[in-house]
Design a protein around this ligand. Sequence first.
Ligand code: UN1
Length: 507
Amino acid sequence: MSTDDSRKHYIDGEWTAGTGDETFASRNPATGGELASFHRGTEDDVDRALAAAEDAYDEWRSLSHIDRAEYLWEIYHELRDRHEELGEIVTKECGKEISEGLADVTESWHMVEWAAGNARHPHGDVVPSEIASKDAYMRRKPKGVVGCITPWNFPVAIPFWHLAVTLVEGNTVVWKPAEQTPWCAHIVAEMFEDAGIPDGVFNLVQGYGDAGNAIVEDDRVETVLFTGSAEVGHKIASKVGGQPGKIAACEMGGKNAVVVSEQADLDIAVHSAVMSSFKTTGQRCVSSERLIVHEEVYDEFKERFVDVAEDIAVGDPLEEDTFMGPLIEAGQVEKFEKYNDLARDEGANVLVDRADLDADEIPEGHEEGHWVGPFVYEIDYDEDLRCINEEVFGPHVALLKYSGDFDEALEMHNSVDYGLAGAIISEDYREINQFRDEAEIGLAYGNLPCIGAEVHLPFGGVKKSGNGLPSGREVIEAVTERTAWTLNNSKDIEMAQGLSADIITDE
Ligand code: UN1
């Protein structure tokens, strides 16, 4: 594809090739084939986009929440109308099987619905004052220009987690999507254009980390919303930490676990573990790479889980009978292999090794895809093993046995630096409630897989996984400032805390 055919950035209400002369390709991870070409954004392009966002801010913030939400309602309808088309593009560009591609789009309109609907809901608090003649409130204001940096594994849904609330609240946006999924981002920008969003309110700069970094480092950006790898997220958080007044809301990965207790229903346990570990080929930040199983049920669980892992349908993600599509890119396959080797070196007993699939398991015409199958192993628990502490982002799964009471399972569960998602499988309500209260995670599930959160719940982690802000409804905290507003209804000034309001002079 020549440069002229390459798709453009959307800056200040116009499609533009930008100032750089480089282009990059979006590739189908199932075939390795090129899908489309895009202009690669430069620091100058980001600069222009930020200037446009800054210029557009005053007018945008002066609209009512409800008027701003009207643009989002247009997008809500377009997302629904283009569900099949966009779901297929998600699958082609990031390799998730088609039901997941479609669910990504559904999750997007759910987020838009929540954000636009929330425009008509109360946005602050009426707060009692110690002084009867005072009215006190908590009110919210937009922050200004918000920078959004989003990942490839939810190439439509996660952008809308960031964008929908941010825009309805009155901020303007510069967005740098993942370089692996620019086509999805292009369509999202088309939707903003179709909705007639005022120029400069929404800006898309396609490209790589240098463009993202230009957003992070710029003084005009009040909040950076980031969802992606811990490596990048921690860098962003520390850079932004050095810029007073600015905040970074970062949502990163996990080393999530499903705990299968002695009291588990094993049908639920196996079903939940398979979903948690293999959906999206293990490439959700909430995917589970650890299964912590009580010794009483260990052998039966292991046999049943391994049976499914041996047969799980890896294949063309556009086919409905596929469970696992490819990994996103060659580098991810290498990382997966490296961690499989590491597990072996650390003493793993490998139970399923489909990392290197047989030629007949790879769909015809897809030989250049980034294919892998499940890698499942058991290993004697030692909290320092790297393979059970570091996130792989693939179908790399450790079975860990515990033998004592439920406290031991929880200790193993909480021993990692991450704290995003997890599940307890048990029929004992005491264990379930103890997990709910003591598991160090932001998304906890009982008798369910640890994936599949709904947008109107808070989504986010603790510890190394982030501060739980850039996702779902909690975004509102990151993109608004709170004002404590107190009004005196009396002619006298009376202070709280018994503070004297008398003015004392020497006269
Ligand atoms: C991610 O894991 O990267 O909870 C996002 C879920 C989805 C979002 C996952 N709603 O599984």
